[in-house]
Design a protein around this ligand. Sequence first.
Ligand code: ADP
Ligand code: MG
Length: 253
Amino acid sequence: MDEILTMKNVSLIYHTPKTEITAIENVSFTLSRGEFVSLIGPSGCGKSSILSIVAGLLRPSGGEVFLRGEKVKKPSASVGYMFQRDELFPWRTIERNAMLPLEVSGKKENGNKTRVNDLLLKYGLDDFRRRYPSELSGGMRQRAALIRTLAPDPELLLLDEPFSALDYQTRLNVCDDVYRIIKSEGKTAILVTHDISEAISVSDRILVLSSRPSVVLHEHVLDTDKSVSPLKRRENPDFSKWFERIWGELNHA
Ligand code: ADP
Ligand code: MG
């Protein structure tokens, strides 16, 4: 297997002026190229902290993280991070928002600019280049945010509850949309969610985390056909079986 990420016995303690909070107890997992893996667990169990560690934004208190065999010590362009809120700058056009990571990292070479332009075109935002985020629907804004995340051409995408601010119907559509773009760009992804159905509909594999401090309680390999969209997968007869199983596990997490 072509391994991208290795988390080995990772732990994390937050030190506050009054106390210490052990957020992550002992988390180990690996991720192979092209995989879509979801982390699911109770609120406050340490999911966002795990992503911050993978992104090199937080140093683990114990254990090690390797990206392509190299120890993660700081943020790198090979990891892209997408949040619940789209974080687009309201005063920049969609195009200038999408180009932002290239500006910040000084990688505004023509090749990169062309790629971002191609992404905008390919994923239906060509007519909205000169518009401002407030002129777009929530779903379109998330798509623009994804394109911005893809601008530096990261290999691994970290998605932290990227759909949870959207209403239910938009959420299903945007999830389909984001899945399609990630697959067609050949990226590897970790999705953090507390929505069981969402996790089952997009994942090749689901890791169920315990409540804080988190450990991986269960790992499920879903026998998914990657060419089937998340929305269509919800119609799979096995869907409710997986839902009940993970529901039960979370209730004992
Ligand atoms: P999740 O994303 O699963 O909801 P987080 O990773 O955000 O969980 O947080 C895990 C735990 O660590 C929570 O209990 C939270 O209160 C605590 N925590 C998160 N960030 C900090 C911080 N900067 N300082 C102290 N405690 C924190
Ligand atoms: Mg979180």
